[in-house]
Design a protein around this ligand. Structure first.
Ligand code: APR
Length: 182
């Protein structure tokens, strides 16, 4: 069983732009059509270049709560894992479980490809309006559950776009991982 300290060392919370992350895989907050969009999805497609959209067209979409993988093309990351988060409808439409399943399925996919480092954005917390505090708890709890049982990915970065989001994630991490420092 890994110690709490080892788990801490595998998780990092950062403020920044996910498209610049030098990791094996970045996760996209996509929609079910997987054909691009605004927010982080738009930024990833713009940075990766048109070949990403070409590959996405062949995937035939992706149901909410699941994830599919493509190459990263012009991104520093070799892979993009496209996860489809739930649209927030007030919390009684299975949103929590669907968001947890996005994180779990992205990590399962990463592990199956031998991916050692992965960066997540705050899935569903933009256009899809999922409350950020609640989403941060789900992201961290689900990730922790996974890395307790699996050696890969070795490193998981949560990339927060803006200082408010960063503070919320840091608070959540200190609550969920006692002694977590950053
Ligand atoms: N790097 C990291 N995080 C980012 C970036 C970026 N470059 N751009 C936006 N974000 C953050 C937002 O601040 C938000 O916290 O990503 C989080 C998710 O926001 P959205 O991108 O709006 O994603 P989501 O809420 O899951 O909605 C998905 O948006 O554009 C579409 O195609 C996408 O239809 C889908 C929907």
């Amino acid at each position: 069983m890994p110690t709490l300290e080892t788990l801490h060392q595998r998780i990092e919370i950062q403020e920044g732009n996910i498209v610049r992350q030098k990791v094996d895989a970045i996760v996209n907050a996509a929609n079910e059509r997987l054909l691009g969009g605004g927010g982080v999805d738009g930024a990833i497609h713009q940075a990766a270049g048109p070949e990403l959209l070409e590959e996405c067209r062949k995937l035939n979409g992706c149901p909410t709560g699941q994830a599919k993988i493509t190459a990263g093309y012009n991104l520093p990351a070799k892979w993009v894992i496209h996860a489809v988060g739930p649209i927030w409808h007030g919390g009684r439409s299975n949103e929590d479980a669907l968001l947890a399943s996005c994180y779990r399925n992205s990590l399962v996919l990463a592990e199956s490809r031998g991916i050692r480092s992965i960066a997540f954005p705050c899935i569903s917390t933009g256009l899809y309006r999922f409350p950020i505090e609640r989403a941060a708890d789900i992201a961290l709890n689900e990730t922790l559950k996974f890395i307790e049982q699996h050696d890969l990915p070795e490193r998981i970065n949560f990339v927060c776009y803006g200082h408010d989001t960063y503070s919320i994630y840091l608070d959540a991490a200190r609550r969920i991982l006692p002694g977590f420092s950053g």
